[in-house]
Design a protein around this ligand. Structure first.
Ligand code: SAH
Length: 527
């Protein structure tokens, strides 16, 4: 059975027949206020209250000399037609004589508008047509086999429509809430600007953090980012191959997919033999994942839960495997690994495994004078003006772009290996000495960062991929740390230094990376 926890609004339900908007709503409102008294039936032709539907029919025949059943038969009315007729009589105060005088088939209540009840809880509308015809004593009436929905179905549709309205109202309330938060945020920012206290204004910062995280998850709500990830063959095929080629790892296992997005990894895991898979995502893309999982008849094995992994409670105590595609630029940008480690520490069984399990962060030197000029020297003369001060803004921002393999001028060097089964969150901020072996005599213009990923633990068929410039490009590209001034280097020379990677306290999802070399020190932000 599907166990998708689906809180999306604006979904589901049968098609509701469209009611025309063109009517005067006030008029309907007034009519609906004319409630019939509990249990009693108001005659459609006069004000008389009758104790039952059959008494009403008899009253109509006796007092108004019209048999409603005859009219139904004459015009071959189905449930719809009957409901419209009753509402028509009530709305237009049509007399019994003119109703009886209508020629066959020529009914004035064709408009869908007459589906709207004139009296609230009108017992005449709640009676089954067949029953109604029987109650006048004329025996069962052959209900037209037009395939039109019964009154019960109509009621159900009405209820569905009401639920939709309710969901829309809830959505509006949430939007209002968001607006309110934005207002508070703006007020906080104005206040901090006015008092000159800056980000120490804790209220504003707290709001900012919350809103930033909302922005993070809402960016994952749009299909395009998932399309880009799915179309990244290096990435997605590596996950696929790891699961397809190592079914012994997944057979009968309980799997948690942290940040399931469209559900692709959850479905790979299910296909590879997992007993059950729990996919968790805070972003709205999970609603698509719910449809996707159902469309692929995997709802028996894949359970999707909307929420932050840190906020939800899994319906199982432990899982055997955690899979996740958490990697950001320069591996750690986004800090999503923190969430995977949180899930590992809370849910992973003692003998369980996190995949991918190993990751390397590497550096390599590049010499691309043209690119360097284009990024920095460009500002020396912009249409004849000196804008060199702009370099101070350009330099400290690492650039995410594809680096041409032919511009590499060193061997790559690994600066950090992360074992996802062992690492702690605090170790995701680190400092590491490095030694880059130069292979070309030229000017070094940048240091390039990238990462490699390994699906290794217990795999008979190990899978790995690299985001390095020497390999097929991925959506992570490379992270380029531009040197302020090109540095002349000799083949065989070693560039020794120290790199420090830490979270930006003002925006914990972004990174600050500092390079320390004998004659050069620079901090870059990866954002
Ligand atoms: N697994 C998918 C999507 C990867 S993108 C795929 O491989 O295609 C990362 C996803 O993780 C995003 O959809 C994001 O919304 C989700 N995510 C990030 N942090 C999360 C957290 N703490 N809790 C739940 N979902 C999270």
């Amino acid at each position: 059975m599907a166990e998708c926890i689906d809180t999306r609004y604006g979904r589901g339900g049968d098609e509701v027949p469209e009611l025309s908007d063109s009517d005067d709503d006030d008029q309907w409102q007034c009519m609906e206020e004319e409630n019939s008294e509990d249990g009693q039936v108001t005659c459609p032709f006069c004000d008389r209250l009758l104790s039952s539907v059959s008494n009403t029919l008899q009253h109509c025949s006796a007092e108004h000399t019209v048999s409603l059943v005859d009219v139904i038969r004459k015009h071959n009315l189905d449930d719809y037609g009957y409901i419209k007729m009753i509402n028509f009589i009530r709305a237009t105060k049509c007399s019994a004589v003119s109703l009886a005088g209508l020629s066959e088939g020529a009914v004035p209540w064709e408009s869908e508008d007459f589906l709207r009840p004139v009296l609230q809880d009108d017992p005449l509308l709640q009676t089954d047509l067949e029953e109604l015809c029987g109650s006048e004593g004329t025996g069962p009436f052959p209900v037209p086999s037009s395939g039109a929905p019964s009154y019960g179905v109509l009621l159900q549709r009405d209820q569905t429509a009401e639920e939709r309205v309710q969901r829309a109202e809830d959505a509006l309330a949430r939007a209002m809430d968001d607006l309110h938060k934005l207002k508070l945020l703006a007020q906080g920012l104005v206040l901090s600007a006015e008092t000159g206290r800056g980000p120490e204004n804790m209220g504003a910062v707290a709001e900012l953090r919350e809103d930033e995280d909302e922005a993070y998850f809402s960016s994952y709500g749009h299909y395009s980012i998932h399309e880009e990830m799915l179309k990244d063959k290096v990435r997605t095929e590596s996950y696929r191959d790891f699961m397809d080629f190592n079914p012994e790892v997944f057979k009968d296992k309980v799997v948690l997919d942290v940040g399931c997005g469209t559900g692709i990894l959850s479905m790979f895991a299910a296909r590879s033999g997992a007993k059950s898979v729990f996919g968790v995502d805070q972003s709205d893309i999970i609603y698509q994942a719910m449809d996707i999982v159902r469309s692929n008849q995997l709802e028996d094995r894949v359970t999707l839960i909307k929420g932050r992994i840190e906020d939800i409670k899994l319906p199982v105590e432990k899982v055997d495997i955690i899979i996740s595609e958490w990697m950001g630029y320069f591996l750690l940008f986004e800090s999503m690994l923190d969430s995977v480690l949180y899930a590992r520490d809370l849910y992973l069984a003692d003998d369980g495994s996190v995949y991918p399990d190993l990751c390397n962060i590497s550096l390599v030197a590049a010499g691309d004078a043209e690119k360097h000029r284009d990024r920095l020297a460009f500002w020396d003369n912009v249409y004849g003006f000196n804008m060199a001060c702009m370099k101070k803004a350009v330099l400290p921002e690492a650039v995410v772009e594809v680096v041409k393999a032919e511009t590499l001028i060193s061997e790559p060097t690994v600066i950090q290996t992360i074992d996802c089964n062992k690492v702690s969150i605090s170790e995701l901020e680190f400092a590491s000495d490095f030694c880059i072996k130069i292979t070309d005599t030229t000017d070094c213009t940048a240091i390039v960062g990238y990462f490699d990923i390994f699906f290794d633990k217990g795999c008979s068929d190990k899978v790995t991929f690299s985001t390095g410039p020497q390999f097929m490009k991925t959506h992570w590209k490379q992270t380029v740390f531009l040197l302020e001034n090109p540095l002349p280097v000799q083949a065989g020379e070693e560039l020794k230094g120290r790199i420090t990677v830490r979270k930006n306290r003002k925006d914990p999802r972004s990174l600050l990376v500092t390079f320390d070399l004998p004659d050069w020190r620079q901090t870059y932000s990866v954002q």
